[in-house]
Ligand binder design. Structure first.
Ligand code: HEM
Length: 399
């Protein structure tokens, strides 16, 4: 058998690569060559994936990382050599107990209650964008008119980042998530975003407001450099993830009209529908990855200290032992337990916010435009196989 590298080419826009589906059928763990040339492991089974994500014998520290695909290897190597000083505070890339300190501070800010309180404002932002769409020309790119600006505005308001400044970080955030971006360009983009956020934190220290970043400054636990790292991860994670779920989710619904009708017509089905779309579409399609901190065993396989373990979430979420008839989009099923938001200490901090945005966004869009449909043949919808977060680059629609 030829040597395995992470398959990324898709045969169908909503399904993981066929090769990954076949691997999942064969075994839950596979020997794989990582992007930096080292050998490690690819996990395709649900229980094993959960076990790895919850196991403190695996690290997420950047200096130990093996990027799963080659496109990211050069950037990762240069960051490892410390040619570029990342600010402290990027807690996604920390292990306990360092991670715990940040997570505790932030969990206090991202409560279900606070997200609930944001609901009326999110509904207002959604309505304003639907009004603008209705008043504008057809066809329209739904990503530009709806899917990107909504999460972008919401995260900016939550953090207290002026939305007018978005040009300063939307362009760079796109560069950072594009797999083809050269290491030097990615580092230049990082430098610009950090510079912008550092300046913003300094301004907020002088002139506090009622938003989250000021709240963190007031808590007095973090210095300006640490706060810059925290602001960076929240801003990038808050933008591109939910935006891609709104775009790709709408495309999936338009392609499955009977399922679409459930979301449009039955409010009691919406919570389930959102979970199932998260499971079925699993937009985090490259990684997460971890590194073994000691020799250990996974499902009878010996994993050596220092080896990388990558998780193929799109097929893990279609493991038939956890989700019966997994290839079917079934908005009526109980899809909770999917790993789209990860698991363990790094499980997504923004998941409640993302859910609220989708629970409001999808039905509002479908009710306002009952005749919503693609304005191009499906094969012309450009898919984001070239980005770390999967989705659609554009979704031309009309009604
Ligand atoms: C549909 C939308 C989203 C998806 C699919 C998603 C997915 C994920 C995943 C898989 C992880 C874990 C990564 C790992 O274990 O290596 C994660 C972590 C994280 N997410 Fe999200 N996310 C979404 C929305 C958001 C939003 C809206 C925010 C913003 C506020 C956010 C903030 C974060 C943060 C801060 C972490 C790091 C948590 C930690 O290390 O403790 N995410 N997300």
């Amino acid at each position: 058998m030829s040597e395995l590298t992470l398959p990324t080419a898709r045969q169908h826009p909503f399904d993981p690569p066929d090769e990954l589906m076949k691997l999942r059928e064969q075994a839950p763990i596979h020997r794989m060559r990582f992007g930096d040339g080292t050998m490690g492991w690819l996990i395709t089974g649900y229980s094993l994936a959960r076990a790895v994500l919850a196991d403190p014998r695996f690290s997420n520290r950047p200096e130990l990382t093996h990027p799963p695909i080659a496109a990211r290897a050069e950037l990762s190597a240069q960051l490892k050599q410390q040619e570029f000083a990342m600010p402290p505070g990027i807690f996604l890339r920390m292990d306990a107990p360092e991670h715990t300190r940040y997570r505790k501070l932030l969990t206090g800010q991202f409560t279900v209650r606070r997200m609930k309180m944001l609901e009326p404002r999110i509904a207002q932002i959604v309505d304003q964008h639907l009004d603008a769409m209705a008043a504008g020309e057809r066809p329209v790119d739904l990503v530009e008119a709806f899917a990107l600006p909504i999460p972008s505005l919401v995260i900016c308001e939550l953090l207290g980042v002026p939305y007018e400044d978005r040009q300063q970080f939307q362009y760079d955030s796109k560069k950072l998530l594009a797999l083809e971006t050269k290491a030097e360009d990615a580092m230049a983009a990082l430098g610009r975003v950090f510079g912008y956020l550092h300046g913003l934190i300094k301004r907020k220290r002088a002139e506090p407001d009622e938003h989250l970043l000021s709240g963190l400054i007031e808590a007095g636990e973090l210095n300006d450099e640490e706060l810059t790292g925290v602001a960076f991860i929240l801003l990038i994670a808050g933008h591109e993830t939910t935006a891609n779920m709104l775009g790709l989710g709408t495309y999936a619904l338009l392609s499955n009209p009977d399922q679409l009708a459930l979301v449009r017509d039955d409010p009691s089905k919406v919570d389930n529908a959102v979970e199932e779309l998260l499971r079925y579409l699993t937009i985090i399609h490259i990684g997460p990855a971890r590194t073994a901190l000691e020799d250990l065993e996974l499902d009878g396989v010996a994993v050596k200290e220092g080896e990388g373990v990558a998780l193929a979430l799109p097929v893990i979420n279609r493991d038939p032992s956890r989700f019966p008839d997994p290839e079917r989009l079934d908005l009526g099923r109980q899809a909770t337990g999917h790993l789209t938001f990860g698991h363990g200490i790094h499980q997504c901090l923004g998941q409640q916010l993302a859910r609220v945005e989708m629970r409001i966004g999808y039905p509002a869009l479908l009710r306002r435009f009952p005749g919503l449909r693609l304005a191009v043949p499906p094969q012309e919808v450009p898919m984001r196989t070239d980005m770390t977060i999967y989705g659609v680059h554009r979704l031309p629609v009309t009604w």
